[in-house]
Design a binder for this molecule. Sequence first.
Ligand code: GTB
Length: 222
Amino acid sequence: MRPTITAFRDSPDRGQGLARDMPVRWALEEVGQPYDVRLVTFTEMKAAAHRGLQPFGQIPSYENGDLALFESGAIVLQIAERHGGLLPEDTAARARAIMWMFAALSTIEPPIVERDAAILVEGNAPWFAARQPLLEERVRHRLTDLSRALGDAEWLGPSFSAGDLVMIGVLRRSSGSGLLEEHPNLVAYVARGEARPAFRRAFDDQYAVFLAAARREEEGIN
Ligand code: GTB
């Protein structure tokens, strides 16, 4: 059975691989599972048919036979549990890899997203300049602790796992902000993830979607 995922037809990240179909694509590539992608417009995402799969009208969703899932973290976990290679066999090591997936999504990502959102939507607000250092400090605090936890290790556990895949996906959102760059070990960690052939294949596939969208834009086609 070949799973189908959904992704933006016109991604606002313009090919940077920051939308959340990216960790799902990457996980599928890591385990060698071919998949189909259904591209959706913003209008389609908010329609009842898509909300039947993703109640919040967002991407990604995942369908495989009778199973339909949303939430990129849950989808990556499902892929990792269904196939070998992304979670250790040892029970305790497996639990720790899953713990890092949660840490990425519930401890590291929220301050990163909050800062990004403020830059995007509050840039002209009178409180923006006063609030920005606070938001930056929250990100810095988390990245400093993560940097210490990673230390000189290659990955968060004994070998690359779904925990690293999700964590690197989250950290990529901070690349170029100057905050990630305060921690050379995190920059190198992200680069190691990005150098994996499975990451490259996933990135190139989502980039091809961006190129098609850019071509349509150039030709004035919706
Ligand atoms: N918790 C959910 C998950 O992990 O699956 C969150 C899903 C989600 O945020 N999806 C976003 C979405 O569908 C796209 S990825 N948004 C449309 C909406 O809510 O109406 C988030 C995202 C969007 C854009 C960029 N970017 O431009 O850089 C990066 C990430």
